[in-house]
Design a protein around this ligand. Structure first.
Ligand SMILES: O=C(O)CCC(=O)C(=O)O
Length: 290
Protein backbone atom coordinates (compact mmCIF):
# COMPACT_ATOMS: atom_id res chain seq x y z
CA UNK A 1 0.00 0.00 0.00
CA UNK A 2 1.50 3.36 -0.96
CA UNK A 3 -1.03 6.07 -0.32
CA UNK A 4 -0.01 9.50 -1.58
CA UNK A 5 -1.92 12.69 -2.21
CA UNK A 6 -2.58 13.54 -5.83
CA UNK A 7 -1.44 16.75 -7.49
CA UNK A 8 -5.06 18.00 -7.33
CA UNK A 9 -5.33 17.24 -3.61
CA UNK A 10 -2.09 19.09 -2.93
CA UNK A 11 -3.33 22.08 -4.95
CA UNK A 12 -6.62 22.05 -3.02
CA UNK A 13 -4.72 22.08 0.25
CA UNK A 14 -2.46 24.93 -0.85
CA UNK A 15 -5.50 26.98 -1.93
CA UNK A 16 -7.88 26.19 0.94
CA UNK A 17 -5.57 25.46 3.87
CA UNK A 18 -7.36 22.19 4.52
CA UNK A 19 -8.06 18.91 2.72
CA UNK A 20 -10.57 16.19 3.55
CA UNK A 21 -9.48 12.64 2.66
CA UNK A 22 -12.38 10.22 2.85
CA UNK A 23 -11.67 6.71 4.17
CA UNK A 24 -8.07 7.55 5.06
CA UNK A 25 -8.16 4.83 7.70
CA UNK A 26 -10.71 2.04 7.44
CA UNK A 27 -13.47 1.66 9.98
CA UNK A 28 -12.04 -1.84 10.65
CA UNK A 29 -8.67 -0.39 11.61
CA UNK A 30 -10.37 1.95 14.07
CA UNK A 31 -12.86 -0.49 15.60
CA UNK A 32 -10.50 -1.72 18.37
CA UNK A 33 -9.80 1.87 19.41
CA UNK A 34 -13.48 2.72 19.36
CA UNK A 35 -14.34 -0.36 21.41
CA UNK A 36 -11.62 0.38 23.95
CA UNK A 37 -12.99 3.90 24.30
CA UNK A 38 -16.52 2.50 24.79
CA UNK A 39 -15.16 0.24 27.52
CA UNK A 40 -13.23 3.05 29.20
CA UNK A 41 -14.61 6.49 28.21
CA UNK A 42 -12.09 8.15 30.54
CA UNK A 43 -9.24 6.73 28.35
CA UNK A 44 -7.16 5.50 31.29
CA UNK A 45 -8.28 8.50 33.33
CA UNK A 46 -6.36 10.78 30.97
CA UNK A 47 -9.20 13.05 29.84
CA UNK A 48 -9.45 16.50 31.31
CA UNK A 49 -12.18 19.10 30.96
CA UNK A 50 -11.00 22.04 28.84
CA UNK A 51 -13.24 25.05 29.21
CA UNK A 52 -14.30 27.42 26.45
CA UNK A 53 -14.75 31.18 26.86
CA UNK A 54 -18.22 30.63 28.29
CA UNK A 55 -16.91 28.17 30.88
CA UNK A 56 -18.34 24.94 29.38
CA UNK A 57 -15.94 21.97 29.41
CA UNK A 58 -15.18 19.30 26.81
CA UNK A 59 -12.92 16.31 27.43
CA UNK A 60 -9.40 16.44 25.99
CA UNK A 61 -6.02 14.80 26.54
CA UNK A 62 -2.63 15.09 24.88
CA UNK A 63 0.46 13.00 24.24
CA UNK A 64 3.88 13.53 22.66
CA UNK A 65 5.84 10.28 23.04
CA UNK A 66 4.45 7.46 20.92
CA UNK A 67 4.23 3.98 22.44
CA UNK A 68 3.39 0.59 21.01
CA UNK A 69 -0.35 0.90 21.19
CA UNK A 70 -2.95 2.11 18.70
CA UNK A 71 -2.77 5.77 19.66
CA UNK A 72 1.03 5.66 19.43
CA UNK A 73 0.85 3.89 16.06
CA UNK A 74 -1.65 6.01 14.13
CA UNK A 75 0.57 9.15 14.14
CA UNK A 76 3.47 7.07 12.75
CA UNK A 77 1.63 5.17 10.01
CA UNK A 78 3.41 5.55 6.70
CA UNK A 79 0.36 6.92 4.91
CA UNK A 80 -0.13 9.57 7.59
CA UNK A 81 3.49 10.72 7.72
CA UNK A 82 3.97 10.49 3.95
CA UNK A 83 0.94 12.72 3.31
CA UNK A 84 2.13 15.22 5.93
CA UNK A 85 5.59 15.26 4.34
CA UNK A 86 4.12 15.67 0.86
CA UNK A 87 2.23 18.74 2.04
CA UNK A 88 5.17 20.20 3.97
CA UNK A 89 7.59 19.24 1.18
CA UNK A 90 10.13 17.92 3.66
CA UNK A 91 10.63 15.49 6.56
CA UNK A 92 8.53 16.11 9.65
CA UNK A 93 8.41 15.06 13.27
CA UNK A 94 5.53 14.48 15.65
CA UNK A 95 4.61 17.64 17.57
CA UNK A 96 1.80 16.19 19.68
CA UNK A 97 -1.47 14.29 19.42
CA UNK A 98 -4.70 14.58 21.34
CA UNK A 99 -8.25 13.38 21.60
CA UNK A 100 -11.00 15.93 21.67
CA UNK A 101 -14.32 14.52 22.64
CA UNK A 102 -17.82 15.94 22.71
CA UNK A 103 -20.15 13.65 24.62
CA UNK A 104 -23.89 13.87 23.79
CA UNK A 105 -25.29 17.22 24.89
CA UNK A 106 -21.81 18.70 25.54
CA UNK A 107 -22.29 22.49 25.56
CA UNK A 108 -18.63 23.34 25.05
CA UNK A 109 -17.50 25.01 21.86
CA UNK A 110 -13.94 25.09 20.67
CA UNK A 111 -13.34 28.78 20.17
CA UNK A 112 -12.04 29.94 16.80
CA UNK A 113 -8.26 29.96 16.68
CA UNK A 114 -5.14 29.30 14.63
CA UNK A 115 -2.83 26.66 16.08
CA UNK A 116 0.25 28.65 15.06
CA UNK A 117 -0.62 31.24 17.70
CA UNK A 118 0.76 29.01 20.40
CA UNK A 119 3.33 27.19 18.25
CA UNK A 120 4.80 30.57 17.26
CA UNK A 121 5.38 31.18 20.95
CA UNK A 122 7.16 27.85 21.13
CA UNK A 123 9.79 29.41 18.88
CA UNK A 124 8.81 27.95 15.50
CA UNK A 125 9.93 30.57 12.97
CA UNK A 126 7.81 29.32 10.08
CA UNK A 127 4.23 28.07 9.90
CA UNK A 128 5.51 24.81 8.39
CA UNK A 129 3.24 22.84 10.64
CA UNK A 130 -0.06 21.09 10.24
CA UNK A 131 -2.55 18.76 11.81
CA UNK A 132 -4.34 15.64 10.69
CA UNK A 133 -7.74 15.35 12.39
CA UNK A 134 -9.14 11.83 12.23
CA UNK A 135 -12.76 10.94 12.93
CA UNK A 136 -13.04 8.01 15.33
CA UNK A 137 -16.82 8.50 15.30
CA UNK A 138 -18.97 10.21 12.66
CA UNK A 139 -18.86 14.00 13.01
CA UNK A 140 -21.71 16.16 11.71
CA UNK A 141 -23.06 19.64 12.36
CA UNK A 142 -25.39 18.30 15.04
CA UNK A 143 -22.62 16.81 17.18
CA UNK A 144 -20.19 19.69 16.77
CA UNK A 145 -17.96 18.79 13.81
CA UNK A 146 -14.76 20.69 13.07
CA UNK A 147 -15.31 23.94 11.14
CA UNK A 148 -12.67 25.72 9.07
CA UNK A 149 -12.45 29.04 7.22
CA UNK A 150 -11.07 28.08 3.78
CA UNK A 151 -8.16 30.20 2.63
CA UNK A 152 -7.66 31.77 6.07
CA UNK A 153 -4.13 30.29 6.26
CA UNK A 154 -3.14 32.90 3.65
CA UNK A 155 -3.96 35.75 6.05
CA UNK A 156 -0.94 34.90 8.18
CA UNK A 157 -1.00 34.87 11.95
CA UNK A 158 -4.00 37.02 12.90
CA UNK A 159 -4.75 36.29 16.52
CA UNK A 160 -1.40 36.82 18.08
CA UNK A 161 -1.27 39.19 21.03
CA UNK A 162 0.07 42.08 18.96
CA UNK A 163 -2.81 41.95 16.48
CA UNK A 164 -5.82 44.02 17.65
CA UNK A 165 -9.49 43.48 16.84
CA UNK A 166 -9.34 39.71 16.66
CA UNK A 167 -13.13 39.25 16.85
CA UNK A 168 -13.76 41.82 14.09
CA UNK A 169 -11.10 40.23 11.90
CA UNK A 170 -12.57 36.79 12.52
CA UNK A 171 -16.06 37.89 11.47
CA UNK A 172 -14.66 39.64 8.39
CA UNK A 173 -12.72 36.51 7.43
CA UNK A 174 -15.85 34.36 7.76
CA UNK A 175 -17.86 36.87 5.68
CA UNK A 176 -15.28 37.01 2.90
CA UNK A 177 -14.16 33.40 2.84
CA UNK A 178 -17.16 31.49 4.21
CA UNK A 179 -16.88 28.53 6.50
CA UNK A 180 -16.94 24.80 5.95
CA UNK A 181 -18.38 22.19 8.29
CA UNK A 182 -16.11 19.16 8.01
CA UNK A 183 -18.70 16.41 8.18
CA UNK A 184 -16.86 13.11 8.47
CA UNK A 185 -17.43 9.39 8.71
CA UNK A 186 -15.27 7.15 10.87
CA UNK A 187 -11.81 6.96 9.26
CA UNK A 188 -12.10 10.22 7.29
CA UNK A 189 -9.28 12.69 7.89
CA UNK A 190 -8.86 16.44 7.55
CA UNK A 191 -5.40 17.86 7.06
CA UNK A 192 -5.23 21.54 7.97
CA UNK A 193 -2.59 24.24 7.98
CA UNK A 194 -1.51 25.72 11.33
CA UNK A 195 -2.77 29.15 10.25
CA UNK A 196 -6.19 27.90 9.16
CA UNK A 197 -8.89 29.38 11.37
CA UNK A 198 -10.87 26.57 12.95
CA UNK A 199 -13.20 25.81 15.81
CA UNK A 200 -16.31 23.78 16.52
CA UNK A 201 -19.74 24.10 18.08
CA UNK A 202 -21.66 22.39 20.85
CA UNK A 203 -22.98 18.84 20.56
CA UNK A 204 -26.76 19.22 20.27
CA UNK A 205 -27.29 15.54 19.53
CA UNK A 206 -27.36 12.24 21.38
CA UNK A 207 -24.27 10.97 19.48
CA UNK A 208 -20.81 11.55 20.87
CA UNK A 209 -18.01 12.92 18.68
CA UNK A 210 -14.50 11.59 19.27
CA UNK A 211 -11.66 12.94 17.11
CA UNK A 212 -7.94 12.24 17.17
CA UNK A 213 -5.70 15.17 16.21
CA UNK A 214 -2.03 14.58 15.30
CA UNK A 215 0.15 17.62 14.67
CA UNK A 216 3.55 17.76 12.97
CA UNK A 217 6.39 20.21 12.53
CA UNK A 218 8.87 20.34 9.64
CA UNK A 219 12.31 19.12 10.72
CA UNK A 220 13.88 22.33 9.37
CA UNK A 221 11.60 24.34 11.68
CA UNK A 222 13.07 23.24 15.02
CA UNK A 223 12.00 25.80 17.66
CA UNK A 224 14.45 28.52 18.66
CA UNK A 225 16.31 27.52 21.80
CA UNK A 226 15.67 30.98 23.26
CA UNK A 227 11.90 30.48 23.02
CA UNK A 228 11.43 26.76 23.40
CA UNK A 229 9.08 25.96 26.26
CA UNK A 230 7.84 29.53 26.64
CA UNK A 231 4.43 28.89 25.12
CA UNK A 232 1.98 29.20 27.99
CA UNK A 233 -0.49 26.68 26.57
CA UNK A 234 2.25 24.04 26.19
CA UNK A 235 3.43 24.64 29.76
CA UNK A 236 -0.16 24.42 30.94
CA UNK A 237 -0.50 21.05 29.18
CA UNK A 238 2.70 19.83 30.85
CA UNK A 239 4.80 19.65 27.65
CA UNK A 240 8.55 19.95 28.29
CA UNK A 241 11.08 21.82 26.08
CA UNK A 242 12.72 18.49 25.25
CA UNK A 243 9.43 17.27 23.82
CA UNK A 244 9.38 20.18 21.35
CA UNK A 245 12.83 19.57 19.84
CA UNK A 246 13.23 17.59 16.62
CA UNK A 247 13.07 13.92 17.49
CA UNK A 248 13.42 11.07 15.01
CA UNK A 249 10.16 9.39 14.13
CA UNK A 250 10.05 5.90 12.70
CA UNK A 251 7.33 5.39 10.09
CA UNK A 252 5.33 2.21 10.60
CA UNK A 253 4.00 0.04 7.77
CA UNK A 254 0.45 0.87 6.76
CA UNK A 255 -0.83 -2.58 7.69
CA UNK A 256 0.42 -2.33 11.30
CA UNK A 257 -3.04 -1.91 12.83
CA UNK A 258 -4.35 -4.94 10.94
CA UNK A 259 -1.26 -7.12 11.42
CA UNK A 260 -1.00 -6.37 15.11
CA UNK A 261 -4.68 -6.63 15.91
CA UNK A 262 -3.89 -7.65 19.49
CA UNK A 263 -2.16 -4.33 20.19
CA UNK A 264 -3.85 -2.41 23.05
CA UNK A 265 -5.61 0.82 22.10
CA UNK A 266 -3.83 2.83 24.79
CA UNK A 267 -1.87 2.22 27.97
CA UNK A 268 1.64 2.21 26.46
CA UNK A 269 1.67 5.83 25.30
CA UNK A 270 2.18 8.26 28.19
CA UNK A 271 -0.41 11.04 28.48
CA UNK A 272 0.51 14.53 29.54
CA UNK A 273 -1.10 15.88 32.70
CA UNK A 274 -2.25 19.50 32.52
CA UNK A 275 -1.33 21.64 35.48
CA UNK A 276 -4.15 22.88 37.70
CA UNK A 277 -3.32 26.55 37.71
CA UNK A 278 -3.24 27.97 34.18
CA UNK A 279 -2.16 31.55 33.64
CA UNK A 280 -4.42 34.54 33.30
CA UNK A 281 -6.82 34.21 30.39
CA UNK A 282 -6.11 30.51 29.90
CA UNK A 283 -8.76 27.88 29.62
CA UNK A 284 -8.95 25.64 32.60
CA UNK A 285 -8.35 21.91 32.78
CA UNK A 286 -10.35 20.11 35.41
CA UNK A 287 -10.23 16.41 36.21
CA UNK A 288 -13.41 14.80 34.90
CA UNK A 289 -15.66 12.57 36.94
CA UNK A 290 -15.28 8.99 35.67
O1 LIG B 1 -12.12 19.13 18.35
C1 LIG B 1 -12.33 20.15 17.66
O2 LIG B 1 -13.43 20.35 17.14
C2 LIG B 1 -11.24 21.16 17.42
C3 LIG B 1 -10.05 20.93 18.28
C4 LIG B 1 -9.03 21.99 18.10
O3 LIG B 1 -9.11 22.82 17.27
C5 LIG B 1 -7.89 22.04 18.96
O4 LIG B 1 -7.87 21.30 19.96
O5 LIG B 1 -6.96 22.84 18.67
Amino acid sequence: MDIRLSREQLADYQRDGYLIVKGFLSADELTPLYQAYQGDPSIDGSLYGMTDKAGAAHPINIWVDLGNDIIGTIPRLERVVNCVEQILGEPCYHWHSKFTNKPPGCRARIDWHQDYTSWYDDGCLFPHMLTMALAIEPAARANGCLQVVPGSHRMGLMNHQDVPNFEARLEAAKDRLGLVHCELETGDAVFFHCNTLHGSGANDSDRSRLMLFSSYNAVSNQPLEAAIGSNEWGRFMGITPEERRVRPMQKLPDDTLVRRADMPAFGRTPFKRPIDTPGEGYTRAVALET
